[in-house]
Design a protein around this ligand. Structure first.
Ligand SMILES: NC(=O)c1ccc[n+]([C@@H]2O[C@H](COP(=O)([O-])OP(=O)(O)OC[C@H]3O[C@@H](n4cnc5c(N)ncnc54)[C@H](O)[C@@H]3O)[C@@H](O)[C@H]2O)c1
Length: 252
């Protein structure tokens, strides 16, 4: 795993949180890294962190819910870095916290377009760009891809859907040597949880921590370790899986 030398990793949603930590870790393992996001300022910060390692870094602004931007993201990666070995489809949004009845059609479409259609579009263009007998894709789902969560209907539906999509794509492409897995984080301290009001309110944070048997929220770096490992050759017999990185949340 420490020899991702001359390999190329693409990480979407790399301007922040889990995506940023994953891009840095791929670089620490000697991969060249393409980082992508809609947030250009955040991408610049990630690029500075990745540049502290030896490999190359390529920044690409792309909205994963738009097919032409995803196609361009993959073409640029291959044109500039020469190949595509690992992809971490991580970009996502939380959407509003409200019930199934109160949810608007506009919010439903926005969350599904990014969190489910966007991941499909990424795989649609990544798979043909990968070398035969060697590519590996990691889709970032969630504990909410496994269990329900009152107040997040679209997010929960998209993350459940992403696990089904991951299994299906794994069945389609494992034989040609492309492994496709999901990673399902518990609550991780990133800007997403600040926006959802989970880490900004002391009581809510405490309650959320107590949902995890380990007794705390996770760190982006802990999720990145699992992502880079399952992407690597060390996980060579794992495909179609959903790896929990959730401090025991789902064991309840
Ligand atoms: N933080 C958590 O508790 C948690 C738990 C489970 C799963 N996840 C998932 O992990 C992934 C990363 O989340 P995070 O917590 O690091 O959040 P974050 O908000 O810190 O990072 C998400 C990144 O995705 C980018 N993004 C949003 N929409 C995009 C689009 N249309 N195209 C390209 N980029 C876009 C954002 O600009 C941002 O940089 C998400 O898929 C999220 O659903 C997070």
């Amino acid at each position: 795993m420490d020899t991702m030398n001359n390999k190329v990793a693409l990480v979407t949603g790399a301007a922040s949180g889990i995506g940023r930590a994953t891009a840095v870790l791929f670089a620490e393992k000697n991969a060249n890294v393409a980082i992508s996001d809609v947030d250009e300022e955040g991408l610049r910060k990630t690029a500075d962190l990745v540049k502290e390692q030896e490999g190359e870094v390529l920044s690409i602004t792309a909205d994963i819910s738009k097919a032409d931007e995803v196609e361009n993201m993959i073409n640029k990666t291959v044109d500039h870095l020469g190949r595509l070995d690992y992809a971490c489809n991580n970009a996502g949004i939380e959407g509003p916290m409200t019930t199934t009845v109160e949810y608007t059609e506009e919010d439903w479409d926005r969350v599904l377009n990014i969190n489910l259609k966007g991941q499909w579009l990424c795989m649609k263009y990544e798979i043909p760009a990968m070398p035969e007998n060697g590519g590996s894709i990691v889709n970032i789902s969630s504990i909410l891809g496994k269990v329900g969560f009152a107040g997040a209907p679209a997010y929960t539906a998209a993350k459940h859907g992403l696990i089904g999509l991951t299994k299906t794509a794994a069945l389609e492409y494992s034989e040609q040597g492309i492994r496709i897995n999901a990673v399902c984080p518990g609550f991780i301290e990133t800007p997403m949880l600040d926006r959802a009001g989970i880490t900004t309110d002391k009581e809510t944070k405490k309650q959320t921590e107590s949902l995890h048997p380990i007794g705390r929220l996770g760190e982006s770096e802990e999720v990145a370790e699992a992502i880079v490992w399952i992407a690597s050759d060390k996980a060579s017999f794992i495909s179609g899986d959903s790896l929990m990185v959730d401090g025991g949340y789902i064991a309840r």
